[in-house]
Structures are given as C-alpha cells and as structure tokens.
Design a protein around this ligand. Structure first.
Ligand code: NAP
Length: 246
C-alpha cells in the first residue's frame, strides 16, 4: 500500500467492463485507480478517474512502470482477444511481485451449426464455401487476412480500417450496442449471407448472432486465444471484492 495509505490499482482497459470497474473503484475510499488504454481508438469512451494512454514497452516496460508507480494490484480487464497485453501483464506482474486478476466477460456459447475457427486466417479460408456477401465484425485489425478474397464484404468498425482490405469492401462506422431489430434490418438490406465475428462475449454486440440465426445466416465464430494461468473473474462485483479482500 502506497500513496499516503491509498491502494494503488492499475486497470488495463479498452472494454465496457474496464470502464465500469474504474467507476466503481474511483468511488471507493482508500483506492487510487489508473486506467490504461492502448490508444487504438481515435475518440475512446474514457473511463472515470486517472487515465494513461499508450503501450508500456512490453512486459519489461510494464514491470518497470509498476515498480516506479508503486502499484499494489493490477486488474487486466482488456478485451478477450488482446492476448499480447494479457500475456505481458502476467509476466510483468510475476516479475514485479504485484498481484494480478483477470476480469473477463464469459464467452458466447456456440450454437449448433456455427462454424468454429481459431484464427482470422481460418475464418477467411472457410468463407468461399459459405457465401458471397460477408458481414465482417472482427474489428479493424487483421482485415488484411481477408484481402485476397473476391467476395463482397461489409466491415463494421469504430474507426476506418487500414488497408490492405478486400477489393469489394463497404465500411460501416459504428459503435455498439446494437439492437436485434436493427441487426435484422441491416442483414436484410445488405443481403448478407455469412456473419464473421470473434467470440467477444457480452450483451452489447450479441444481437447480430440472434439476428443471423433468425434469418438462417451461417455464423463463423473465431474462438478466443488461450489465457495465461492467472486468477480470473467474470464480473465487476467480483473484481471490486478482490481489491477489498486483497
Ligand atoms: P494486444 O494485441 O494484446 O496488445 C498489443 C500491444 O498494445 C501491447 O503489447 C501493448 O503495448 C499495447 N496495449 C494493449 N492494450 C493496452 C492497454 N490496455 N494499455 C496500454 N497498452 C496496451 O492488444 P489489441 O488486441 O491491439 O487491443 C488493444 C486495446 O483495444 C486493448 O486495450 C483492448 O482491450 C482493446 N480492444 C481490443 C479488441 C480486439 O479485438 N483485440 C476489441 C475491443 C477492444 P506494449 O507492449 O508497448 O505495452
């Protein structure tokens, strides 16, 4: 415990859960929380309280930051697919002797008929056999994996994706949550015949899955990367309790 008796907590963010957690911890007496963002999104939804933006310089850089800032605890509330940051946090906290908890929303339960793949490359390889008008909701990173495909892509992302992109790409700039009715309308208007998504989990972006099932549209689901062996919880309440009990 440092900082005049306050418990110093670093929240690795970039998700709705991380923002909710920062707001809860910010309201706790005796806790000083700093949220960290990678800086990928141009106009991020900023968490309450102190925020720092940008990488730490790998696991060594983060370990150095934890020591210099005298951090008492780290909560990794990054997106389930931010596996580089999650691995770095595990190594850095072990090296610096700082307790680490992962806050991760539960994955979506795959439904019968969905095509489960383990990478964007595998998703791309599956597409030609499945359809021609593809709704790609895997985020703006990694779209080069689809660039060789002569199919029609509707890409939905928060910020414009960087090239290379597939030759026939329409970009829809939008940030969730999205409703079931709007997702059904979009899939119909765009005559989508395949949906590709990461297994992000959570309620904010799950309506597209129900909409695809309603319309009989095949879903290609990219499974989550493996997690390091670090204690994990799935709710903000549990993460707040961990800080209290720690
Ligand atoms: P990543 O591949 O796991 O991380 C790449 C590098 O970005 C890390 O090594 C680190 O740089 C920096 N970084 C990542 N998250 C950071 C954070 N919260 N604070 C400071 N630096 C961070 O990460 P990513 O998949 O690009 O995701 C970047 C951010 O977007 C994350 O905060 C994540 O929660 C959010 N996000 C990701 C996705 C997704 O699908 N991947 C979706 C929604 C939101 P250094 O090595 O220099 O420290």
């Amino acid at each position: 415990m440092q900082d005049g008796g306050a418990t110093r907590v670093l929240v690795l963010g970039g998700t709705g859960e991380a923002r909710a957690l920062a707001a809860r911890l910010e309201a706790e007496p005796g806790v000083r929380v700093t949220s960290s963002l990678a800086g990928r999104v141009r106009q991020p939804n900023l968490p309450e309280g102190e925020v720092r933006v940008g990488g730490f310089g790998g696991a060594d850089g983060l370990a150095g930051w934890l020591r210099a800032e005298q951090v008492d605890a780290v909560i990794d509330a990054t997106h389930p697919f931010a596996h580089v940051m999650t691995g770095n946090a595990a190594r850095a906290c072990a090296a610096a002797g700082v307790p680490l908890l992962v806050l991760r929303r539960p994955a979506w339960e795959p439904r019968p008929g969905w095509h489960l793949v383990t990478s964007l490359d595998e998703a791309a390889a599956a597409l030609p056999a499945l359809g021609e008008r593809i709704f790609l909701t895997t985020g703006r990173q990694g779209l080069s994996r689809f660039a060789h495909l002569d199919l029609n892509f509707l890409v939905r992302a928060v910020d414009p994706p960087d090239p290379p992109l597939p030759p026939n790409t329409t970009t829809l700039l939008a940030r969730g949550p999205f409703s079931f009715d709007d997702e059904v309308a979009l899939l119909r208007e765009q005559r989508i015949d395949v949906l590709v998504t990461k297994n992000s989990g959570g309620q904010l972006t799950s309506a597209k899955l129900d909409a695809a099932d309603e319309l009989g549209i095949p879903v290609v689901l990219v499974q989550r990367p493996p997690e390091p062996p670090v204690p994990a919880v799935s709710t903000v309440d549990e993460a707040v309790r961990w800080i209290h009990d720690g």
